[in-house]
Design a protein around this ligand. Structure first.
Ligand SMILES: Cc1cc2nc3c(=O)[nH]c(=O)nc-3n(C[C@H](O)[C@H](O)[C@H](O)COP(=O)(O)O)c2cc1C
Length: 391
């Protein structure tokens, strides 16, 4: 893919490796777990661009569905044979169920790394005290981490969280200390509160503060990395040990190649600027991988539809064609439509920068009295696990 040359790296080269338990992640770049997105096909695409370097976290798996061996969940935990380490993200609200899910992963050799999600801001979940509302209850957080780490044995357990519920109820520093005390291996911090949802800009200063507060373990910074330069800058500015990249990869899996290159000393790497022809080839591959994974071409192509707008962002494709692309249900149909595009278009400057969810929200819906006492022994109902839309 066409590269735009960049100035050489400054002498302040950020660290180039990250240890997650026994796993060396080199360079220290992690694909953020994204429900409905980071399934095995998408991880494969990103790995193809990164040359296999980096860490690629699965979609969020709810612990109850896992222990109940729900059929869809069992498919979601599928890893390609070449994925090493296999990194799975769990979301659970009940310490016992989380422990059982982790035990199952260990006993059945389902993964090599477990990440726990405490960042989900959706009202359906926070209303019950789950997701990003949960770390406010320090004892419950501690119990979940303890059960997970104990059951995991030698498998590293990491956690991913937001800054807190809102600016008046910040939890990440307490949660970080609790995580260290309970033997968590690394922490990823998305520099937003639940109240911010995806609005505003991520607070990288909070990442720096967490790094100071938990010097014992690696801190991974997350939020608003849209280019490889952003990743390098976040590491420099915050002192974090690695970066977690989410929305920047939507419809842009080649960003992973840029990220890896940016950490290769003296690479002078730039950013991939694919033509629409190159983008179309990636779209075709993505749809094909989904069809193979689902063992059903129609379902695969239908699942691919959500990616169309991200892949074509900024290109002159026309709203009519975008609509037609978003209702395809076979690879042949997709091929025919892609062939109709003006494939010689250069990468449009407008396609850099933010993409995916960007909206804010002001109020976090919580259970009655949730904020009264951070140290009570609150539990959270199993229905707080019902939502699977992620983080
Ligand atoms: C579509 C979508 C799904 C997500 N699903 C999850 C998830 O399952 N687990 C999780 O911890 N975070 C999830 N997130 C949050 C991301 O992992 C990440 O923290 C967030 O997007 C901020 O990083 P970014 O600015 O690089 O996108 C999701 C985000 C998006 C946009």
């Amino acid at each position: 893919m066409t590269q735009t040359p960049q100035p050489p790296q400054t002498p302040h080269q950020p660290r180039t490796r990250l240890r997650i338990g026994p796993h060396m992640v080199q360079p220290p770049v992690v694909l953020a777990p994204m429900a409905g997105i980071t399934n095995a096909p998408f991880r494969t695409l990103c790995r193809e661009f990164s040359g296999g370097k980096g860490l690629f976290v699965s979609e969020m798996i709810t612990t109850r569905a896992l222990v109940e061996r729900d059929a869809k969940t069992m498919r979601l935990i599928h890893f390609d044979g070449s994925e090493k380490p296999r990194s799975i993200q769990l979301y659970g609200v009940d310490p016992t169920t989380v422990g059982k899910a982790v035990q199952m992963i260990v006993d059945e050799d389902l993964a090599d790394h477990i990440d726990l999600n405490f960042g989900c801001p959706v009202p359906k979940v926070t209303r019950k005290g789950g997701g990003s509302a949960l770390p406010y209850k320090r004892h419950l957080l501690r119990s979940i981490l303890r059960e997970a780490v104990t059951a995991a044995g030698p498998l590293p357990v990491t956690m991913k969280m937001r800054k807190g519920i809102d600016d008046d109820h910040i939890t990440f520093l307490d949660a970080g200390r609790i995580a260290v005390e309970e033997g968590v291996t690394a922490i990823a911090l998305h520099g937003r509160t639940a109240a911010q949802h995806y609005g505003g800009t991520a607070d990288w200063e909070a990442i720096a503060r967490l790094k100071e507060a938990v010097p014992e373990i690696p801190v991974l910074g997350n939020g608003d990395i849209w280019s490889a330069d952003d990743a390098v800058r976040m590491m420099r500015e915050t002192g974090c040990d690695g970066v977690v990249v989410g929305r920047g990869c939507l419809g842009r899996p080649w960003l992973f190649g840029d990220l890896v290159a940016a950490f290769e000393p003296g690479s002078g790497a730039g950013s991939a600027r694919p033509t629409l022809r190159e983008v179309a080839a990636v779209m075709r591959r993505h749809a094909e991988l989904l069809a193979e994974w689902l063992a059903d071409e129609e379902r695969g192509v239908i699942d691919f539809r959500k990616h169309v707008a991200w892949y074509t962002k900024g290109f002159s494709v026309g709203s009519e064609m975008r609509k037609r692309l978003a209702i395809t249900s076979s690879l042949a149909e997709l091929d025919a439509l892609l062939a109709e595009l003006d494939l010689d278009q250069e990468w449009p400057p407008g396609a850099d920068g933010p993409r995916g969810r960007t909206s804010g929200r002001n109020r976090v819906v919580l259970p009655d009295g949730w904020l009264d006492d951070p140290y009570d022994c609150a539990g959270v109902g199993a229905d707080a696990e019902l939502d699977t839309s992620g983080g």
